[in-house]
Design a protein around this ligand. Sequence first.
Ligand SMILES: Cc1cc2nc3c(=O)[nH]c(=O)nc-3n(C[C@H](O)[C@H](O)[C@H](O)COP(=O)(O)OP(=O)(O)OC[C@H]3O[C@@H](n4cnc5c(N)ncnc54)[C@H](O)[C@@H]3O)c2cc1C
Length: 154
Amino acid sequence: MAHWIAEAGFDAIPQLCGDGYLIAGDSGMLFNALHREGSNMAMTSGRLAAEAIVEAMGRGDFTRAGLDGYTSRLRESYVTADLRKYRGFNGFRLRHHELFTTLPETAAYAAREMLTVDGTPKKQKQKTIRARILRDIPLLGLLRLLWDGWRSVK
Ligand SMILES: Cc1cc2nc3c(=O)[nH]c(=O)nc-3n(C[C@H](O)[C@H](O)[C@H](O)COP(=O)(O)OP(=O)(O)OC[C@H]3O[C@@H](n4cnc5c(N)ncnc54)[C@H](O)[C@@H]3O)c2cc1C
């Protein structure tokens, strides 16, 4: 039941409309990777595609120009606004491997230390954890990560 997640963002959106076709939902890369939401965008883009098709039927024109009401509707919707807002998020994740390596490893280490009952006083455990954090996550790197992350979603 594994399922692909279309999380490459705004810059990966393909041409959504051409002669005789429209693309909605995940296939059009309409997925908000930060908020993990795509069903809302799939439903909205599906509705907008249907409206454009009805319009095209009225004119009997299913060329790219005839179906273009879809892309203009999409441009005016929250779908484009949200994907544009988080445009930098994918690049941010690709630039910061520590999000998938050092940071979760350190969080798991800290949780394991604190939750393991082995006779070590908690104060000593906190000291050990703090030393590990300072060793693995340099302050400057952490500040750069936070700044870069904030800029990618502001
Ligand atoms: C683990 C996981 C958790 C998620 N959690 C959330 C969440 O909490 N909130 C949220 O908003 N979104 C969530 N999503 C994303 C959401 O599921 C998708 O964005 C959404 O389902 C996309 O809808 P869609 O109609 O574009 O594609 P899909 O739902 O994938 O529908 C595509 C359909 O096409 C069918 N199909 C494929 N190929 C063919 C073919 N050749 N012929 C005929 N049919 C075909 C497939 O079987 C499928 O039924 C999650 C996704 C995953 C994987």
